[in-house]
Design a protein around this ligand. Structure first.
Ligand code: GLC
Length: 562
């Protein structure tokens, strides 16, 4: 009893300490800590393996806290590390208030929080709120009988005819979104795998239980959550069929418009409530907010800025080529949407940015150009581990090597997401220094040249370029607070803009073409007559007075000096 009381007191003091530091971190412009922080996504299976079993763990993350701090990271978002049968590698949670033994213990978690606190690195967890694992005690009870206490915690319906699911909805991971349960004779709904039954968010008991989960982690020192798959929380209670579209998807299912099972307005109510719980702890909510237009993205901030502080803009990631006009359009749209912009170029669900933007010849240079771009926009960036060393996709070559179930199901059209989830490349050593045992996924051959240890020693490496830009982001007032002002908007090759603040400015010029480019900027037009450019960070670029010369895919970041 006494031990328990002391533990609660410890967590109370810990969270009070964190809250105090978060509240006082508002800057002169009234911005909160997360608005000028750099977030970094960690896939825990693949970051650092402290016990050499081939799978990363929390102690591994803790051991890299100095690396993260020195890189310029202020917060890490760890993808789900809770107990799970690992069907979807943690996105099938069987207990929300514990740590999967594969990753360690709650004591390891507390040590990681503490170490993060010492190094100024906030911990953000992943909240999988649309569904649980079918092995969660709630679902086990729910499936046990039609009258079980948790029956209505999930979405159970009769088939529309014998052996026919309730409607035509399909799972995003292939096949019908309904699975028959032989014991109780009803179907349950799963937007993702059948092992990931959807929670019934229309049930207040579900709301309460899930809000309490977030409180539990806030008390343990978590600074916020990344909310998984938020657009899938609600379904049409009438179960209308989704409209069919021409063609079939990669699993051979008919294409449907997910009109009745995604993006229902009710989800905003839940986000508002989650936000008010987060506000009790000064925590931040990041959204996995896939949207098809800026209006949808705006809605996630909330009509009264009372929903997500950080809805990620994924429309940015769908611009898969170096197209200045497209990037200009998207950056301007997000910048003027009224909320704080959140930029991402890669994550554990998409081909790595190194491959998406690389042309096969200038990939390292292009990786620096992308860093100089999304890390200097007004807003908060969310990096993906390994991006800073130019990690590339390592897709499985044979179906039998695939780990991600969607790759098994959709092979060879869909190879799954293993390629972007390979172990972090720390050293030019066995298994890239990630583990002494064979890692759960193989490292690509590029680890010999693209690894932390080698890159730290090379002043021209991608890693040192990231460090330079991230250091500027933390110290240069124009990059911290400045307005985003696009320049030379008709230029088809070079994307350029100013970040201007209180009579000072930083100019960014990015050559998105494979030819050399020279530009003389008319800085007088921006109120900087007679100004010159002083380089702050440059890669294959230089400036004389107000003229910038850029080699193919060159990137220039410079101060406008009067
Ligand atoms: C999100 C995650 C993805 C996962 C899915 C189901 O999209 O990013 O990895 O498979 O949700 O939870």
């Amino acid at each position: 009893m006494l031990k328990r009381a002391l533990t609660s007191l410890f967590f109370f003091l810990l969270s009070a300490g964190l809250c105090a530091s978060q509240t006082s971190s508002r800057d002169a412009e009234g911005h909160e800590w997360w608005q000028h922080a750099v977030f970094y996504e960690i896939y825990p299976r693949s970051f650092a393996d402290s016990n050499n079993d081939g799978v990363g763990d929390l102690q591994g993350i803790t051991s890299k806290m100095d690396y993260l701090h020195d890189l310029g990271v202020d917060a890490i978002w760890i993808t789900p590390c809770f107990p799970s049968p690992q069907i979807d590698f943690g996105y099938d949670v069987s207990d929300y208030e514990n740590i999967d033994p594969m990753y360690g213990t709650l004591a390891d978690f507390d040590r990681m929080v503490e170490e993060g606190r010492k190094k100024g690195v906030h911990i953000i967890l992943d909240f999988v709120l649309n569904h649980t694992s079918d092995q969660h005690a709630w679902f086990k009870d729910s499936a046990s009988s039609r009258t079980a206490p948790h029956r209505d915690w999930y979405i159970w319906r009769d088939g529309r005819a014998p052996s026919q699911p309730p409607n035509n909805w399909i799972s995003i991971f292939g096949g019908s979104a309904w699975k028959i349960d032989d014991k109780t004779g009803q179907y349950y709904y799963h937007f993702f795998y059948p092992e990931q039954p959807d929670l019934n968010w229309r049930n207040p008991a579900v709301e309460k239980a899930m809000f309490d989960v977030t409180r539990w982690w806030y008390r343990r020192g978590v600074s916020g959550f990344r909310l998984d798959a938020v657009d899938t929380l609600f379904e049409d209670p009438e179960l209308h069929d989704n409209p069919t579209l021409p063609g079939a998807n990669k699993y051979g299912d008919p294409n449907l418009e997910n009109k009745y099972n995604t993006n229902l307005p009710e989800l905003h109510d839940v986000l508002r409530q989650l936000r008010s719980v987060a506000d009790e702890s000064h925590a931040v909510l990041i959204g996995e907010t896939w949207t098809s237009n800026i209006e949808q993205l705006k809605a996630y901030y909330g009509a009264r800025s009372d929903e997500l502080q950080m809805p990620m803009d994924f429309m940015f990631t769908t611009i898969n080529k170096l197209d200045p006009a497209e990037f200009r359009r998207q950056a301007a749209a997000v910048d003027s949407a009224g909320g704080w912009p959140v930029y991402v170029i890669g994550n554990h669900d998409m081909v790595r940015s190194y491959n998406r933007y690389g042309d096969g010849f200038h990939n390292d240079q292009i990786a620096k150009l992308m860093a100089a771009f999304y890390l200097t926009l007004r807003g908060t960036p969310v990096m993906y581990y390994g991006e800073e060393i130019g990690m590339e996709n390592n897709d499985p070559q044979r179906k039998e090597d695939v780990k991600d179930p969607i790759g098994k199901l959709g092979w060879p059209t869909e190879k799954g997401r293993d390629g972007e989830r390979t172990p972090m490349q720390w050293k030019n050593e066995l298994n890239a220094g990630f583990s002494k045992s064979a890692p759960w996924l193989p490292v690509p051959a590029s680890y010999a040249t693209h690894n932390v240890e080698t890159d730290l020693k090379d002043p021209g490496s991608i890693l040192n370029f990231y460090k330079r830009i991230l250091a500027l982001r933390h110290t240069n007032p124009a990059l911290i607070e400045g307005a985003y002002i696009p320049l030379n908007q008709d230029d088809p090759n070079v994307l350029s803009y100013l970040r201007a603040y209180k009579g000072k400015a930083v100019l960014v010029a990015l050559n998105m073409s494979s030819g050399a480019q020279k530009i003389t900027f008319d800085l007088a037009q921006q109120g900087f007559s007679g100004a010159k450019l002083k380089p702050l960070a440059a890669s294959e670029a230089e400036a004389v007075d107000s003229r910038v010369s850029l080699q193919p895919f060159g990137a220039f970041v410079g101060e406008v000096v009067k």
